[in-house]
Design a protein around this ligand. Structure first.
Ligand code: NAP
Ligand code: SF4
Length: 669
């Protein structure tokens, strides 16, 4: 057994968990879909079958006021509870436990009826909440208890009380959001009565044989957050109130520090849970950026926690635990912490899925069934679209040959994975390398597919990707001008003063590559950069003297249109890139025209004024165009190949669309 700690059962007294991993709570958007509960049942059943010990559902509101969004799911009546039975029944078929998370959004509620301890608007919500009158505080506690009772009736093994990430309970705990003068405000002892009453009364109602997980905010990362002493005091009181397990919450949603994005070092917050180990007698769960079994095993071995919570890694691979138990970690489709198909979708009011696993949340619609007739298929181009098409076709029983003109698979991913903070893309390439071999795909590297080869195949899939867009600026052929592949792929030398033409994802990646290099950031550097106070000397775990970085290059990031850099990037990560650009002193200029390039640098026109940016190197990151010459050639010969990914449409192409299109084309052939 490669991961002995991970697979040690955990005894909770009245029940036992078969291993040390829970699937953490994650809203999928299916909760509010038509036939959403059937779809959720299939979604959770796949994860239960995959070997996880316990699942926590996405947050369900205890009442109308506590919903996250206008149509957010709530648990307030027996008819609502009955709808959940399909989920609990499905999960229980596989010796997996399931707890329903009770989440009251408080001032994060995206509707005009949101309630909070005090009438203070959250910086991330357009709605100003109503301050709860005293009777409403009492009523809300009762509603938490009612939701827990109903969850028990629906067949859940327990509930998780959401006390972190800046939601209602967290709002009660700190003076930043709780300025009440009644018994629910004032001292910390008063402010913590709200969660204590909730846990105490739930335990009284549900009896002893029901799991109560309390998600405790152990690092608020906001001004006037909790002190460590307060957190410890609360944890002990929560244990005494009757919780069975304490889960870790890191950072309020309004915190300006990345907590789960790709650039957060793996297990980067396990140290927080470790501080509480030994201070309470119930098991502790740690979380955030744990995405492979060896990382989880190390966290447990180092005594950081009793259990591990992972949410997104189970979107990426429902069979994560079974593969780990069979020592097949190389077969795990690793969550790359991009948020692009999960959280970014949710923030756009869409159903989540997963960039590396587009089957996630489509379990009732997309089936990986055996092909009725096995065909001989050529896939041309081993970027993300081609890789997904080749693997899916092979999994369905087709005979697949994958052609790649370059010496390695990966296409554009090879330019992403070398940027410090984006190394998780290496896992995606490891996964495809392993799986293509396991499914007997013939890979022909350094091989250009020519039109005459098409006759040897029954189907041809063209995934030839994109080429950098050529820009029409005088002087663009001068030696001080480079393309982004020159820098990211060919490692050409770049001067100390740089102008980057184009402020999309690749312009930002190029800037970060020049400033941070390729090495993953150490946890100490990450903590220092984001002003995290690991000594907990200050409230909320943030230091107030801001850390200054001395950048190694002077960079201009440029764009013709007006607006923020990386405007098309996902909501959950674009702000992090912008913060990083600021930290490294990148000068962003928008609303400009490019006049010409000379040996002296880049000549621009801004606000009607001509200006010379005296730089050594100009890098073109101006988007891409489709590479489809082969496709056109085949069409002219009367052959109709399938066209996917960047070759089909270069605009706003990202790995999410590429993998989704590649998978889908192979599902229907
Ligand atoms: P992009 O997002 O389309 O950005 C292209 C940039 O080039 C824009 O700033 C654009 O601004 C500029 N531009 C376009 N045509 C130009 C021209 N003819 N002359 C000068 N400037 C021009 O493309 P990208 O940055 O190459 O990214 C490609 C795709 O990969 C995007 O979908 C992106 O979201 C995705 N990606 C995502 C990430 C991530 O971290 N999630 C990272 C990298 C890439 P103006 O036209 O206003 O000047
Ligand atoms: Fe992980 Fe990205 Fe998939 Fe979300 S979309 S689960 S972050 S790989």
């Amino acid at each position: 057994m490669q991961y002995p700690k991970l697979f040690t059962p955990l005894n909770l007294g009245f029940t036992q968990l078969k291993n040390r991993v829970i699937m953490g709570s994650m809203h999928t958007g299916l909760e509010e879909e038509k036939n959403g509960f059937e779809k959720l049942a299939a979604f959770y059943e796949a994860r239960a079958k995959g070997g996880v010990a316990l699942i926590v559902t996405g947050g369900i509101a205890p009442d109308f006021f506590g919903r996250l969004s206008p149509f957010g799911a709530k648990m307030t009546s027996i008819s609502e509870a009955n709808k959940h039975k399909v989920i609990t029944d499905a999960v229980h078929k596989h010796d997996t436990k399931i707890c329903m998370q009770i989440l009251h959004a408080g001032r994060y509620g995206y509707h005009p009826f949101s309630l909070a301890p005090s009438r203070i608007k959250a910086p991330i919500s357009p709605f100003k909440p109503w301050a709860m009158p005293g009777f409403m505080v009492e009523k809300t506690i009762k509603n938490f208890v009612r939701a827990a009772k109903l969850a028990q009736k629906a067949g859940y093994d327990g509930v998780e009380v959401m006390g972190s990430e800046g939601y209602l309970i967290n709002q009660f705990l700190v003076s930043r959001t709780n300025q009440r003068t009644d018994k629910w405000g004032g001292s910390f002892e008063n402010r913590m009565q709200f969660p204590l009453e909730i846990v105490k009364r739930i335990r009284k109602e549900v009896g002893e044989n029901f799991i109560i997980i309390y998600r405790l905010s152990m690092l608020d990362i906001v001004e006037d957050g909790q002190t460590w002493n307060e957190i410890e005091l609360l944890a002990k009181a929560i244990e005494n109130a009757g919780a069975s397990v304490i889960n870790t919450g890191i950072g309020w949603h309004e915190a300006r520090v990345p907590t789960i994005a790709q650039m957060v070092p793996r297990a980067g917050f396990a140290w927080v849970t470790k501080r509480l180990m030994g201070k309470v007698n119930i098991p502790l769960i740690t979380t955030n950026r744990i995405n492979m079994p060896h990382v989880a095993e190390k966290v447990l071995a180092e005594g950081c926690a009793d259990m591990i919570s992972m949410a997104r890694p189970f979107l990426a691979d429902p069979d994560f635990m079974n593969k780990a138990s069979e020592n097949k970690s190389d077969a795990i489709n690793t969550c790359i912490a991009c948020n692009q198909a999960c959280l970014d979708q949710i923030f756009n009011q869409k159903v989540a899925s997963c960039l590396v696993n587009p089957f996630a949340c489509r379990e009732t619609e997309w089936k990986l069934s055996a092909a009725t007739t096995a065909k001989n298929i050529a896939v041309v181009g081993a970027g993300p679209a081609g890789l997904a098409a080749a693997l899916t076709a092979a999994q369905r029983g087709h005979s697949v040959t994958l052609f790649e003109a370059n010496a390695q698979i990966g296409g554009q991913l090879n330019m992403a994975r070398i940027v410090s903070g984006k190394e998780e893309f290496n896992e995606t390439l490891r996964y495809y390398t392993h799986q293509l071999q396991a499914h007997h795909v013939t890979i022909k590297l350094n091989t250009s597919f020519t039109a005459d080869m098409a006759n040897h195949f029954e189907e041809v899939i063209i995934s030839t990707g994109v080429v950098p867009r050529h820009v029409n600026i005088e002087g663009v052929a001068l030696p001080n001008v480079l393309s982004y592949p020159d820098v990211l792929r060919d490692n050409k030398p770049v001067g100390g003063r740089v102008a980057i033409i184009g402020a999309g994802g690749i312009g930002i990646d190029t800037a970060m590559f020049l400033l941070k290099g390729s090495e993953p950031e150490s946890l100490a550097d990450f903590d220092e950069k984001w002003n995290l106070d690991t000594t907990y000397a200050e409230r909320g775990g943030i230091v107030h003297t801001r850390h200054k970085i001395n950048p190694t290059k002077e960079i201009y990031l440029l764009q013709r249109k007006k607006g923020k850099p990386g405007a098309a990037l996902g909501k959950t990560t674009a702000w992090i890139h912008r913060e990083e650009l600021k930290k490294y002193g990148v000068k962003y200029l928008d609303g400009l025209e490019y006049e010409k390039i000379s040996e002296q640098g880049l000549h621009i026109v801004r606000d009607g004024k001509k200006q010379l940016l005296e730089v050594d190197t100009i890098i073109i990151c101006a988007g891409q165009t489709s590479e489809r010459s082969l496709y056109d050639e085949l069409l002219a010969l009367g052959i109709t190949p399938h066209l996917i990914g960047g070759a089909k449409e270069a605009g706003e192409l990202d790995a999410k669309r590429a993998i989704e299109e590649g998978t889908k084309v192979a599902l229907y052939m």
